[in-house]
Write a protein that binds this ligand. Sequence first.
Ligand SMILES: Cc1cc2nc3c(=O)[nH]c(=O)nc-3n(C[C@H](O)[C@H](O)[C@H](O)COP(=O)(O)OP(=O)(O)OC[C@H]3O[C@@H](n4cnc5c(N)ncnc54)[C@H](O)[C@@H]3O)c2cc1C
Length: 397
Amino acid sequence: MTHRTVIVGAGIAGVSAAAALRSAGYDGTIDLIGQEPELPYRRPPVSKEIVRGDKSADEIRIKKAEWYEQQGIGLRLGASVVGLDVDARAVRLSEGDPLLYDHLLLATGGRARSPWQAAGVRTLRGLADVPRLKDELAAKKAVVIVGAGLIGSEIAASARGLGCDVTLLETASLPLPRLLPPELGQMYVDLHRAEGTDLHTGVMVSSIEDHDGQTDVRAVDGRTWTAPVVVVAVGMDPHVELAEVAGIVIASPADGGGIVVDDRGRTSAPGVFAAGDVANQPNGVLGGRHRVEHWQGAQNHGTAVGKVMAGGDDAFVEVPWCWSDQYGANLQVAGWPEGSHDMVVHGSIADRDFIAYLLDDGVVRGAVSIGRPRDVRSARAWIGDHARLDEVLEPSA
Ligand SMILES: Cc1cc2nc3c(=O)[nH]c(=O)nc-3n(C[C@H](O)[C@H](O)[C@H](O)COP(=O)(O)OP(=O)(O)OC[C@H]3O[C@@H](n4cnc5c(N)ncnc54)[C@H](O)[C@@H]3O)c2cc1C
């Protein structure tokens, strides 16, 4: 009997899982269902080259259209899965007949969070969000960005590159608070300000309201910023609704949210897997659980879970790694740099040519770098091995 696999979500996790199934010799059917009408694309350039107008959508496709056909993958775009019956092993689509599955992968990613709905408010998660914002930035309109995490900071850099007046507001005392220790967060304060971005930290936004064709961003302390465009970049919410309604175990927001999976991507329902940004997975290096929102993590997780769905049995263990491009500086972050650690820096933070190793009792737990990608690769291996920095850098004779 033909085996049937349905993948919900045609982002990098879903596409990677489909590719891994075929590479592993799986010869059953694969239906890959994507809500977005676009041929699957790489999301990271959206806040960089795409919003700046330096690349077109066709330059950021994950695979060419023919690839899906050649691989025998039934790609359905602009289609949503709106219901899941785990007992009948069936999913319901927005249009057409239900699909039965033997294996189901939920690779549904998430949506940009926006607590505010004013007409001037924009968010950026995918290509559909781009045209209006790109035109507004290209017209050099002033922009206020709420949130100096990875995406908000990148939009600030892109908007400055286009000649906009940019105000960047952050609740924490430093930018990139989830990625960087304080010493390095300060480097990004200096970088934003040197590039002409008006950065304000310690700002708790209380309301965003339209006002005579402009939009006012008001903070709890009464300060107000006004601009024609406000980009809200305060994180994402994982798309867990399908799983939740079907009774699959979901992590609480305090535990990072997302669909709870084991180290092979299996959810609490038989035959149902989850991968990528939506998956709350065991941390195979440090213990505990976490949800990763990084491109390479989603890609490798999708691949690993695809192999398991094809009959493999390898656990997914990975040291997280991500990058961010702002004002021409390529930041790379590996492992778990947050929390209180000792820091050993090689190179020069001021010159933006360094690697900072973050240590717990001498053991490498994270690394942050600009300009030293090879050192970051070594650091990732050391983090995975729980290596002591003094031993790997200066091995005793
Ligand atoms: C603007 C931006 C810039 C980024 N830059 C970087 C970066 O520089 N470096 C980095 O490491 N990471 C970056 N990331 C994060 C990275 O892109 C994500 O971690 C990655 O895309 C997650 O992939 P995914 O496949 O898990 O989810 P997604 O990419 O979110 O894909 C999930 C797909 O599932 C679809 N879907 C959801 N529900 C349904 C349904 N019911 N039916 C059908 N389809 C559904 C969604 O529409 C979506 O297309 C960035 C993210 C954004 C938004």
